[in-house]
Design a protein around this ligand. Structure first.
Ligand SMILES: *[C@@H]1O[C@H](CO)[C@@H](O)[C@H](O)[C@H]1NC(C)=O
Ligand SMILES: *[C@@H]1O[C@H](CO)[C@@H](O)[C@H](O)[C@H]1NC(C)=O
Ligand SMILES: *[C@@H]1O[C@H](CO)[C@@H](O)[C@H](O)[C@H]1NC(C)=O
Ligand SMILES: *[C@@H]1O[C@H](CO)[C@@H](O)[C@H](O)[C@H]1NC(C)=O
Ligand SMILES: *[C@@H]1O[C@H](CO)[C@@H](O)[C@H](O)[C@H]1NC(C)=O
Ligand SMILES: *[C@@H]1O[C@H](CO)[C@@H](O)[C@H](O)[C@H]1NC(C)=O
Ligand SMILES: [Zn+2]
Length: 436
């Protein structure tokens, strides 16, 4: 053997034991995708080959439980902060002020920092403060500023934006994957407004809902193909989840629908109300009327009324400063109509998070996750510490626990790319040989 070759061999062999370059040891990137209102069992009555493949290639939880207040903004913000709703204070989809009677519809709250920024930092900001590059595509809360800091890149959904355009869904996949490959983003959240929209409009059992699930499945197929094409298989972890489920709204003649004004004179007894919004309602009684409101609603059928300070601890809502003194949760499928029945929604949510219809999905795949791993159900609040672990950052104070999810991770944590494989080493040696 020529001495030069021996030296090269020795050098390459040494290098193989150590990190070869920055790229070889870079921490993995993370993509969090949310499909709004994806009930835990929506994939069970439709052909979903790509979602099924994910079960083999990654991790599936039987289902996950959203925080109490099974609504889009509160639940998404719990996922991205790891905090209960009473702490992050995003207590409704609508922004409201019970003093001024201001009510701002959901889509218009997305850039209203005063609604989102209540002293709890979402993961984007915490990660940015530790040197990572983060972005949000349509994810609720991504368009606000937190303690004066914005998410490095935030695309905010506009009012009236169509939810179900499959071509655009794919473009959005391409856009966020390019952020990883072209601009070195570390953490991106991507949000889709389906199947929530179709669940409301047609009901969870409608064929159109199944069609949207097929569309989501194709999009996941497209995502995986794009990840492979962009050579992200070994460096990108993906979590796919959602904010809540969906249930069929009960209507006449099956049931007597609730009209709250039949049980109490709403306007006489209350100075503020937010009703006609699915299964969750809130009221501010006029001074001295709290007990009267509570008693009247206690006599109303098919709902449970709570004084805020007596809300069960498991709801993690009682400490909220924003929630008004009276909270009403309808029985599953009943809408909290105020004065008359709005026949718009055929499906809804906002009900007790213990109801199976409110449970939602969790899937994950990528270099850090085990393959073919079925996880027991868990609370969505635990996603936050998992994401911090995957990104190798120090979490902000939170209410989750990594212990709940760490069994879904590869034993080595999957945090680094595998060291140079034997095959790579061999091919290096061979090319060296020819050089010499
Ligand atoms: C509601 O509006 C009033 C009057 O503008 C303001 O003083 C108060 O701080 C607001 N309350 C909340 C919870 O934002
Ligand atoms: C966030 O802060 C920047 C800089 O102060 C400001 O230009 C922007 O309008 C703010 N955005 C929101 C949604 O408050
Ligand atoms: C769907 O999105 C594509 C790409 O953004 C756009 O060209 C097309 O016009 C959209 N279709 C509809 C029906 O809005
Ligand atoms: C990436 O992973 C997918 C799914 O396992 C696989 O089909 C594909 O061949 C992989 N691509 C590369 C470039 O390894
Ligand atoms: C609604 O309440 C009525 C009156 O208490 C009761 O008879 C009925 O069973 C309830 N409906 C459902 C679906 O729980
Ligand atoms: C949730 O976490 C925060 C921050 O650590 C803490 O202040 C709060 O008490 C926790 N809530 C519960 C119910 O443990
Ligand atoms: Zn919804």
């Amino acid at each position: 053997m020529r001495p030069e070759l021996f030296l090269v061999l020795a050098a390459v062999t040494c290098a193989a034991g150590k990190p070869l370059s920055k790229a070889a040891t870079a921490k993995n990137k993370l993509l969090l995708i949310s499909f709004d209102g994806f009930r835990w069992d929506y994939d069970q009555d439709v052909e979903t080959p790509h979602l099924d493949r994910l079960v083999v290639d990654g991790v599936k939880a039987k289902y996950i439980t959203p925080p109490m207040l099974t609504m889009t903004s509160p639940s998404h913000f719990t996922t991205i902060t790891g905090r209960w709703v009473e702490d992050h204070e995003v207590v409704h989809n609508m922004m409201f002020n019970a003093t001024t009677n201001l009510k701002v519809p959901h889509k218009q709250t997305l850039t209203r920092s005063e609604w989102w920024d209540n002293g709890v930092l979402p993961l984007w900001i915490t990660a940015q403060n530790q040197g990572l590059k983060t972005a949000s595509f349509f994810y609720p809360g991504g368009g606000a500023n937190y303690s004066g800091q914005a998410v490095t890149r935030a695309v905010v959904e506009e009012v009236g934006h169509p939810d179900d355009n499959e071509t655009e869904w794919r473009q959005n996949v391409d856009t966020v994957l390019n952020w990883f490959t072209e601009e070195d983003f570390d953490f991106v959240t991507l949000y889709y407004g389906e199947p929530d929209n179709v669940g409301h409009a047609k009901g969870p059992d409608h064929p159109r809902r199944k069609e949207i699930i097929r569309q989501i499945d194709r999009t996941i197929g497209y995502l995986r193909e794009a990840i492979s094409r962009l050579d992200l298989n070994d460096s990108l972890n993906v979590i796919i989840t959602s904010d809540h489920g969906m249930t069929t709204v009960k209507k006449r003649p099956q049931v007597d629908e609730i009209i709250l004004n039949k049980y109490l004179n709403l306007i006489q007894l209350n100075s503020f109300e937010l009703l006609d919004y699915g299964g969750f309602g809130i009221l501010t009684p006029r001074p001295g009327q709290e007990q009267k409101v509570f008693d009247a609603l206690s006599n109303a059928p098919n709902l449970t009324v709570y004084k805020k300070d007596e809300i069960p601890e498991s709801f993690h809502l009682a400490k909220s400063k924003r929630l008004p003194p009276i909270v009403v949760v309808a029985d599953l499928g009943f809408n909290l109509n105020s004065r008359f029945i709005v026949y718009v929604n055929k499906g809804d949510h906002g009900y007790h998070n213990g109801e199976m219809d409110m449970k939602t999905i969790f899937r994950a795949f990528g270099p850090s996750f085990k393959r073919n791993f079925l996880s027991e159900p868990f609370d969505s609040i635990h996603i936050y510490p998992l994401m911090c672990h995957l990104l190798q950052i120090q979490p902000a104070p939170h209410n989750g626990s990594l212990a709940v999810t760490e069994n879904m991770l590869q034993h080595n944590g999957g945090l680094q790319r595998a060291p140079v494989s034997v095959a790579v080493l061999l091919s290096m040696l061979i090319s060296m040989f020819y050089v010499l």
